[in-house]
Design a protein around this ligand. Sequence first.
Ligand SMILES: [Zn+2]
Ligand SMILES: [Zn+2]
Length: 300
Amino acid sequence: MHNLPFDKPGHFYRGNLHTHSTRSDGRLSPEATCAYYRDLGYDFLSITDHFMERYGYPITDTRPFDTPAFITLLGAELHAGQTLSGEIWHILANGLPADFPRNLPDESAPQLARRALDAGAFVTVAHPAWYNLSEEDVIALGQMHAIEVINGISADHNDKIDSMYMLDVMLSRGYRYNALATDDTHFKPDFRDTLRGWTWVKSESLTAGSILGALKRGEYYSSTGPVIHSVEVIPGDVIRVRCSPCESVFVSSKGSWAQQKHGHNLTEAEINIRRLEKPYCRVTVRDFNGGRAWTNPIWF
Ligand SMILES: [Zn+2]
Ligand SMILES: [Zn+2]
C-alpha cells in the first residue's frame, strides 16, 4: 500500500500554501492576495503571515473571501528559537485554528511546531536551503509532515529556491517526509515570487477540511509546471507514469540510485524498479522548460 493520490477518489485541486499579506511583510491585502490567486485559476490558498510579536501574532482570517470555487486554509509561518546557524526558525503551518495561541514564554521551535501539529495543522519545515538548515536542525525539530522543497521567493532573494537535497537526505536516513512546493509570495518589487511552485491535492471536495486531510495523508504532488496524471506501481516491479508532455521521467531512491526514461514529448513511461533498494522511491517528471513535478515518496 502507498499514499499516492492518483487512484484516490475525488478531483485534483491546485493551491499555494505559503503566502504573506499586509498582516505581516507582504505588499497586498489579504483580500487582494486571495483575488490574485483566484484570478490565476487556483482552487485554494493559505495566507501564512509571520506569526511574530511585531505583527501581533496574526492568523489572517481569509474565510470571508472563500467562494464555491475558491477556498482558503487558515495558517501562519511560525517562528521561535534558533537554528544551528543562529537564525530564528521558520515553520509553515496550514490549517491552524483562528485562535491558535501566541508563542509561550521561551517556547522552543520544537515545542511550537508540536503545538501546531496538536492543533491539527499540516506542518512543514520551511525552505531549508534558503537559510542553510542542517540535518541536525531538522532532526531536532521533530517529525513534521513535509519539507518545503521549492520556495519561490528564494529564487530572487538568494538563488536558493530548491531544497530537494534535504528531503532526500532525510529519506535516506529513514525519516518520512513529504515534499511541498510553494511560492512564499510577498509581491515585493523586483522579486518574481508567484507561479514558482504549487501543489495538486486529490480531495473529495473543495473544503478546507477535506484538503487539509488529504495534505496530512500525503495525497498530493508538487509541481513547477508539468502535470502528473497517474503513477501506478505494477506487479513485476514496474512504475508506470502518465504526465503532460515532458522530456524525462525519473524514479529515484536512496543515495544515487535512479532509473530514467528520456524522450521527446513523453506522456507515458514505464520504469523498471526491480533493482531498487526499497523501502521507498519517488518520481520526478521534467519538461522542456525545466519545469518539474514530484510525487511524494512512495513507501513500499
Ligand atoms: Zn520563511
Ligand atoms: Zn514565508
